[in-house]
Design a protein around this ligand. Sequence first.
Ligand code: MN
Length: 241
Amino acid sequence: MGRARIGVTSWHHPDREERWEYVRDNYTRSVYRAGGLPVIFPMPSSDPAVLDEYLAGVEGLLFTGGEDVHPEFYGDTVRPKCEEIDRERDLFELGLAKRALERGIPAFGICRGHQLMNVACGGTLYQDISERTGTVPEHRTKREERAQLRHGVRILPDTRLRQIVGAEKLKVTSTHHQFVHRLGNGLKATAFADDGIIEGIEKPDRPFFLAVQWHPERMADNDPAQLALFQALVRAASGRL
Ligand code: MN
C-alpha cells in the first residue's frame, strides 16, 4: 500500500511586485516522517469544482498556521488588534474544511488551522490576547524563540488527543495572539493552557477532525508525542486508500 496523500495548505504572500505561494518545511517533513505523502495546495481559486478536484487527489488534510481568519467568517467586525488577513486563503480553506466535515475526510489543524476549523463549525475567536483578562503572554513568542517550549497544556481524559499523545500534561511551543472563544457546533475542547484558554479541539462524531493551537511540527523531530499527531492523521487517511 502506498503512502496516504495529505493536502497541506499554503501561504500566499506578496514580495515586491510578485506573489509567492509556500509552506514552512517542518509541516511537510512532519507529514512525510509520519508516513504520509505531503501535497502542497496552492490556492488559485476557491471555485467549488476546483476544491473538489483538490480533494479527489488526497486522503487527508493538514490546515497549517498563518494569518488571522477574517472576522466576517464568524460574524464579527475587524478590531484594531486583528493582524494580517488573507481573505482568499480563508475562503479556500473554509471550503475545504466544510467538505471535510460533510464527507468525513480526515483533517488536522495547527494554530491558524485550529482556529479555522473552529470557525468552519460555526465557532468564534478572540481577536487578540488583550480581549481576555488573565491570559498569559507566553502564548505569543518572538521569532528567535519559536522552537522553545513556552507553556503547559493539560489534556482531558477520554479524548482522541489524549489517546494520541499518551500524556495528561505537555509543554508546548506557542506563537498565537488569537484563540478559540465560542466552540463550534459539535466540537469538544480537548486541551487547555494553564490560564484556561482552549489549546485543542476535536469533533467526536467525525472519523478524524482534530486540531491543536500549538506547533507540533516544530517539535516532531525530537518529541514522539508530537510526531504521533501526524501519524494519527496519516493512519486515519490511510483508511481511505
Ligand atoms: Mn498557546
